[in-house]
Structures are given as structure tokens and as C-alpha cells.
Design a protein around this ligand. Structure first.
Ligand code: ADP
Ligand code: MG
Ligand code: MG
Ligand code: MG
Ligand code: MG
Length: 432
């Protein structure tokens, strides 16, 4: 294919533990060597990877991920391959997030399950200034599902959907979101590994196409105070022998026992995996009441506000929608910990609490406590403390990633916590 399509460069891609896309570009004559896993790189300069003295890493491309970037000219096109990272002796590298997901998927496999994931990635499109630097300005006054023919963002979003389709994505819908300048593009669910690869690719494509329209796309969870932030609702289901294992026409709400145990696991581990699904200081500014983002740990098949929603569709589309993840997460790790939590629920037959179908945000604290409804962590610091307490979630990630991840997140928190913000200046400078 590389020869046929006159590919001039192939980008070998992988992500660091924070989900940041890395790549090495190779010419086609290096491709055979690369496919044999013989391409070495220095892992010591990648965040969360290895110490200097053990820095030689090998990339093993996954041939299923070969795609040509559609926005390049036909002549001299550029392709990519997503890779796994190995040690020189051929053992998988413990700091490779893609292999963390593969490991938890194998665990599901040994229980007879495959996992399907359908993410809903939201993002903002902002204007850039004369120097090409991103601003916080959107000239758009549109809202949810609005059609605004003159809007730059609408044009860009259309091109994004086309580019993604050309790369093999099956786009289900794309629409303007609630906040000005906010958009969502949904693609059809796939097996979990493909979904995680797709999320990484999606963010890259959205940013690239935005730039070509003179816009800046951001997946920062909460760029502007006072309006909705961007989430990455994660729809998930387990299949067994080709059938949706969450569906049981005779079960309560037509859900199977497996679905309830999976739900029980998600709820039990919810607080402890938030540092992974909502990994930044800024993530916790989205998880506040009043902006459609979840705050309280509960589930419902009736209303959209709790952490976990069971959408109405049944049969093959029976699924659990986890609503706290945001697009700043590493999708490999986020999917891995959610699956691990669900599998733990199935194994231990963890009972899900009764559903909460009333509006939780209208309850006061006493009412919530009376009903036993806990909250998600209020800050990255709280989330880190909770992750440290959960052996199951830590097992999913492996000790290498746990150590590097916690170290980095504690540092991130300390850097933030010692800064003096504009809010403090406005609030205190003249008052005291
Ligand atoms: P919402 O109603 O929350 O806005 P969307 O329609 O935007 O939901 O997105 C629903 C997502 O769920 C899509 O990506 C879709 O492909 C996915 N989905 C459908 N069936 C399943 C399933 N069985 N397992 C996982 N995801 C699924
Ligand atoms: Mg949606
Ligand atoms: Mg929808
Ligand atoms: Mg949405
Ligand atoms: Mg949703």
C-alpha cells in the first residue's frame, strides 16, 4: 500500500503515559525493518518512560492501523502506523499505555468478554490572533444543534468529519454543543483497542483541520468559567459470543445481571479512577454543579444528570454511559481502568446501589447523605489520594505507570496550588 499510494513518509506513533501523541517519521525503505520491530528509539526523553540507563526501546507497528492522512497532497503522501513499545529482549514495556489496555482486554477475554466503546468527544474551536496564537474568542453565538451557515467553526467541523471518514471512521453525527464555539463529533463504537487508537487519532485530526481553518481546537476540559466544559462520555458494553452481554429482555430494565455487576464495579471504583479519567487540575473545574457535568456518584436509566446513564436503546446497543471522563485523559488508561472496575464488579458480584431518578443537583447535602450518594473527588489532589488507595485500579495500570503517574500528578498539583490566581488578586488585593 505504501508503494501503491506513493507514500513518502510513515509516522510511527505511540503515546506517553499522559496520552500525548509521539511519533518518529521513517521513509518507506525503512518500513520492512520497522514492521519487524527492529526500529529503536531513545525512551529516556519520553515523559513517564524510562531512566537513562535503560533507554533503548523498540517500536512494534500494528499493521491494522495503517492509514494515509487524507489532507496531504496525493503525490508524496504521508501515512501512519500505531505502535506498541517493547524492550530489546522482546518483552512488552510496562510504561506503554496501549499495552496496559491490551492486558486488561486479555483479562476480559479470559472471562469470555470483548469490550465495545463509543466515545463522545467534545471540544472548543477558538480564533487565533495575528501571530497565530490561540485566543479564547469565538465569534459564534450558536447553541446545541444550531445550524449557522456563516460560522467558520461549522465549516471546519464539516471538513473534520470528512477527513475522519476518509481515514475509516464511521461518523454517526456531528453537532454544535451547548456552549458557544463548542462542538461534538461522534463516531460509531468499535472494539475498545480500536476506540482508544481512534480517540488519539481523532484529537490529532481535529487539531490539524482546525489549524488549516485558522482556528485552534482544544480538548482542555474547562477553558471558560461560567459555560459548559468538554467531556468525553464513554459508552461501553461487553459482548459474549457475539451477543451483547448487558442485554437481557427478562431482566429489570431489560438489563442482565452482568450489566448490574459491571455497574456495581464502576460505582465502587469511581472515585479511585477519577485521577485517570479526569487527569488535570482543570478537569475538576468541569466537574461542578450546573453545567451538565456529573458530580455525584449515582446511576439512572431515566435522567441525564448522574455519573452513569443507561441510554434507552436495547438489544445490540444496550450500553452503560460513563459521563465523567474528559478528553484530556489518556484513552488507553481511562478505558483500561473502567473495564477493570467493571470486571471486578462481575467477579465479586458487586451490587449496584438503587438508581437515583430524581434530580440530584436539587437535593441538599443532608438528603444526599441520607440516600448514600457520594461525590466525585473535588480536585486533582483528592483524586490522586483516592487512586493510591485502590489496589484493583493500581493493578490495572501496573506499578511502573502508577509510580510515574502519581509522581507527575503530585508535581502538577503543587505547581498549581502555589500559583496566585487572578481570582485571588481580584478578591483580596484591595480587601486586605
Ligand atoms: P448521547 O445520547 O449521550 O448524546 P451519542 O448518540 O452522542 O449519545 O453517542 C452514543 C455513542 O454510543 C456512539 O458512539 C455509539 O456508537 C455508541 N454505542 C452504541 N451502541 C454501543 C454499544 N453496544 N457499546 C458501546 N457503545 C455503543
Ligand atoms: Mg452525544
Ligand atoms: Mg446523540
Ligand atoms: Mg455532548
Ligand atoms: Mg452522552
Amino acid at each position: 500500500m505504501a508503494q501503491e499510494k506513493d507514500v513518502r513518509f510513515i509516522r510511527l506513533q505511540f503515546t506517553d503515559i499522559f496520552g500525548v501523541l509521539k511519533n518518529v517519521a521513517i521513509p518507506p525503505h525503512q518500513l520492512e525493518k520497522a514492521l519487524d520491530g527492529e526500529l529503536m528509539f531513545d525512551g529516556s526523553s519520553i515523559e513517564g518512560f524510562v531512566r537513562i540507563e535503560e533507554s533503548d526501546m523498540y517500536l512494534m507497528p500494528d499493521p491494522n492501523t495503517f492509514v494515509i492522512f487524507p489532507w496531504r497532497p496525493q503525490e508524496g503522501s504521508v501515512a501512519r502506523l500505531i505502535c506498541d513499545v517493547y524492550h530489546e529482549d522482546g518483552t512488552p514495556f510496562a510504561g506503554d499505555p496501549r499495552q496496559v489496555l491490551k492486558r486488561v482486554l486479555a483479562e476480559a477475554g479470559s472471562m469470555g468478554y470483548t469490550m465495545n466503546v463509543g466515545p463522545e468527544c467534545e471540544f472548543f474551536l477558538f480564533h487565533t490572533d495575528e501571530k497565530g496564537q490561540p485566543t479564547l474568542e469565538t465569534h459564534d453565538k450558536a447553541g446545541y444543534f444550531d445550524l449557522t451557515p456563516v460560522d467558520l467553526g461549522e465549516n471546519a467541523r464539516g471538513d473534520m468529519a470528512i477527513a475522519l471518514e476518509n481515514m475509516g471512521f464511521e461518523i454517526e453525527e456531528s453537532h454544535h454543543e451547548v456552549a458557544p464555539g463548542q462542538h461534538e463529533i461522534d463516531f460509531k463504537y468499535t472494539d475498545a483497542l480500536t476506540a482508544a487508537d481512534s480517540i488519539v487519532t481523532f484529537k490529532f485530526v481535529v487539531r490539524t483541520i482546525a489549524q488549516r481553518h485558522g482556528l485552534h481546537a482544544t480538548f482542555m476540559p474547562k477553558p471558560i468559567f461560567g459555560i459548559n466544559g468538554s467531556g468525553m462520555h464513554t459508552n461501553q458494553s461487553l459482548f459474549k459470543e457475539g451477543k451483547n452481554a448487558f442485554y437481557d429482555p427478562k431482566g429489570p430494565l431489560e438489563l442482565s445481571e452482568t450489566a448490574y455487576f459491571y455497574l456495581g464495579g464502576l460505582i465502587q471504583h469511581a472515585r479511585h479512577m477519577t485521577a485517570i479519567t479526569n487527569p488535570t487540575v482543570n478537569s475538576y473545574k468541569r466537574l461542578v454543579p450546573g453545567y451538565e457535568a456529573p458530580v455525584y456518584i449515582a446511576w439512572s436509566a431515566k435522567n441525564r444528570s448522574p455519573l452513569i446513564r443507561i441510554p434507552a436503546k436495547r438489544g445490540v446497543s444496550t450500553r452503560i454511559e460513563m459521563r465523567n471522563p474528559d478528553p484530556s485523559c489518556n484513552p488507553y488508561l481511562a478505558i483500561a481502568v473502567m473495564l477493570k472496575a467493571g470486571l471486578d464488579g462481575i467477579r465479586n458480584k458487586t451490587q449496584a446501589p438503587p438508581s437515583i431518578d430524581g434530580n440530584i443537583s436539587e437535593m441538599n447535602e443532608t438528603e444526599r447523605i441520607a440516600q448514600g450518594i457520594p461525590s466525585l473527588p473535588g480536585s486533582l489532589r483528592e483524586a490522586v489520594t483516592d487512586l493510591e488507595k485502590d489496589e484493583i485500579i493500581k493493578e490495572a495500570l501496573g506499578s511502573h505507570i502508577v509510580e510515574k503517574y502519581l509522581e507527575a500528578k503530585k508535581l502538577e498539583w503543587d505547581q498549581y496550588r502555589t500559583r496566585i490566581t487572578q481570582w485571588e488578586i481580584e478578591e483580596y488585593l484591595t480587601k486586605f
